[in-house]
Design a protein around this ligand. Sequence first.
Ligand SMILES: [Mg+2]
Length: 138
Amino acid sequence: MNHIFDSSFVLHVSSFMKKILFIEDEPALQKTLSSAFTSEGFEVIQALDGETGVRLARQKKPDLLLLDLILPKMDGFEVLRQLQADPETKSIPVVVLTNLEGMGEVQKVIELGARDYLVKTNYKLDELVAKVKTSLNL
Ligand SMILES: [Mg+2]
């Protein structure tokens, strides 16, 4: 009777435990996307500005960081720089979620260590959730 330990069960439990830190200053998007991830079994920690985001990344050690670029107090580029410079947070995978479509921005965030770059307007909600899961190898 050890069938409950099969791989799909383990996979389900581990995906249920995943913690996402979502740094986004647009309240509507913050709310919609957070509830989409919550209903998929993720724990979502919300930050509405860059400074709070860096502090929560250090405190909560999320499994993934979803990061906007245009943010109050500290922009997403600086958030990336600070997290990459800190051995405690540098291995957290970061997916950038923005409306900036310039190649300069894409190159800059990839150089700063981001794993993926998603333009908000290119995806529907469920596609965004799927993309983030792919980035997490789920
Ligand atoms: Mg913003």
